[in-house]
Design a protein around this ligand. Structure first.
Ligand code: NI
Length: 179
């Protein structure tokens, strides 16, 4: 069990293009993937990407049952995805408030595709493919962005819709988080 420190916005390591994983093996599971799971759980994140713990590989983890950071979000199955890719299944987008463990204390309004198909390998090297919508689709797009050196603030179109959670909560713009 190793909780790693999460790199924060401003760290140039978060801006790199991550490398594809060549071999999915026990070593990868017991090191990088386990550290990502432990770190995500400790930080109560809805998702994490390997570059956030300083590992420049194309691995993302996401999922939530009931997450105090996202009280209105529908559940998403806990998923480990290696070398993920996605395709939008419609040009429809919507905007919602996002947060990120690399941008602590802030939320911003970000446009994302509403309906996507994603694929990748699971932790056993088996191919996984899903058609998903809304919050589930949003989380995947956010995490894949991390593998391409993008953080959600780069996607915000109207920077007046970016701010500290406390202030946004007080203004009634995002739901108050119980913690
Ligand atoms: Ni993030």
């Amino acid at each position: 069990m190793t909780i790693r420190s999460v790199l924060k916005i401003g760290n140039p390591q978060l801006l790199r293009i991550a490398e594809p994983v060549k071999t999915v093996d026990l070593d990868l599971k017991q090191t990088v993937i386990q550290d990502m799971l432990d770190t995500m759980q400790a930080e109560k994140g809805a998702g994490i990407a390997a570059p956030q713990i300083g590992v420049n590989l194309r691995i993302i983890i996401f999922g939530l049952e009931k997450n105090p950071r996202y009280p209105d979000a529908e559940p998403v199955p806990m998923t480990i995805l290696i070398n993920p890719e996605f395709t939008p299944l419609s040009i429809d987008t919507d905007t919602a408030w996002e947060g990120c463990l690399s941008v602590p204390g802030y939320r911003g309004l970000v446009p994302r595709y509403k309906h996507i198909r994603y694929s990748g390998l699971d932790e056993n090297g088996k191919k996984l493919e899903r058609d998903v919508r809304d919050f589930h689709a949003r989380v995947v797009q956010h995490e894949v962005d991390h593998l391409n050196g993008l953080l959600y603030p780069h996607r915000i179109r109207d920077l007046s819709k970016f701010g500290l959670m406390d202030e946004l909560e007080s203004a009634g713009l995002i739901p108050r988080v119980e913690s």
